[in-house]
Write a protein that binds this ligand. Structure first.
Ligand code: AVJ
Length: 323
């Protein structure tokens, strides 16, 4: 690979404040009020999420890292020779490095993320550590169509979507995302995806209601971010973190509940809250192994293998029906 293709491909500009403002105002005008979870991850939110992954109650990251370490050779054995590994929403290459360590023939690594600065830093470190690997970050919102670097056109592709980020989507959106990923990766491509499992509601409840209150801070940071970036005046002490398992829908829901009747000003727009009214900030869907396999099948993918420790799962699926 030449140096030219190692510069980031700017497929789309980073999230514009305008998009953020429009999404926030639309979400707070909706009934019930809601905000998109993708906005959790500004610098402060990313630091808080990193702390969440280290909490004793938050099992998903630890479980997934252990599954990837334990099964890296088996996972890598599904990779075609000289492939490109494309990671959707790569915060850092920490998990990809486990696969790269077991798959010596990966020719290129393409982390796709909306946050350009972090992507470039991480790419530089990875190039130092694995000088034979072509690292080609793409700055894009992976939920929208994006272009892959031209230099990859001829390489077989493997997708990687760890972290159970798929759980943030409604099941019909998750199916749409899988079809879209299939269209980007192409027929025959393999996708390795981390999916959190349905389990004892008490374990789930604790994972999103940690004793130290880091998840509460993470949730409230969304309001702090709106204050910082959209000239708003949310009183953070007047909203409370609520997270609970919705058994009927197999999902953790996170909300911010207004502790009293109040008005908030955002970019000059007034938003009113009743006492106890909530803003729905996140869904985190949980799947059984079978439920995820059938979601994949409904989106044109054939299950190849799944690894699980009973808490979390890593699936390998192959694109057999590009739509
Ligand atoms: C990054 C979406 C997988 O749903 O568990 C962690 C985000 N929210 N604690 C999750 C999150 C609250 C996380 N995902």
């Amino acid at each position: 690979m030449t140096a030219a293709v190692q510069t980031a491909l700017r497929a789309a500009p980073p999230v514009a404040t305008e998009g953020f403002a429009a999404d926030v105002l639309a979400g707070l005008a909706a009934k019930p009020k809601r905000l998109p979870p993708k906005y959790f991850y500004d610098a402060a939110g990313s630091t808080l999420f990193e702390r969440i992954t280290q909490l004793p109650e938050y099992y998903p990251t630890r479980c997934e890292l252990e599954l990837l370490r334990a099964h890296a050779p088996a996972i890598a054995s599904l990779f075609p020779p000289n492939c490109a590994l494309i990671e959707f929403g790569a915060g850092s290459s920490r998990k990809a490095r486990i696969l790269l360590g077991a798959a010596a023939t990966v020719e290129a690594y393409v982390p796709v993320d909306i946050s350009g600065d972090f992507l470039q830093q991480d790419a530089a470190a990875l190039r130092r550590d694995l000088p034979r690997l072509s690292v080609q970050p793409v700055i894009a919102d992976f939920t929208h169509p994006f272009a892959l670097p031209l230099a990859l056109a001829t390489l077989p592709r493997v997708g990687f979507f760890p972290g159970s980020t798929i759980g943030n989507f409604e099941p019909h959106e998750a199916a749409k995302f899988l079809s879209h990923a299939g269209a980007i990766l192409g027929r025959g491509a393999v996708l390795v995806i981390g999916v959190d499992l349905v389990k004892d509601p008490l374990i789930l409840h604790r994972a999103y209601n940690d004793a130290e209150g880091v998840t509460a801070k993470f949730n409230l940071n969304l309001l702090a971010r709106i204050n910082r970036e959209l000239n708003a005046d949310f009183d953070l002490a007047a909203f409370a973190h609520r997270a609970f398992y919705n058994r009927a829908q197999n999902r953790i829901e996170m909300h911010l509940a207004s502790v009293r009747r109040q008005r908030v000003r955002i970019n000059g727009t007034i938003v009113s809250f009743r006492a106890g009214e909530t803003i729905h900030t996140e869904n985190s869907y949980k799947y059984t192994l079978a439920a995820f396999a059938s979601l994949a099948q409904d989106s044109g993918w054939s299950p190849l293998a799944a690894w699980s420790d009973g808490q979390f799962s890593v699936h390998a699926i192959r694109m057999t029906d590009v739509r």
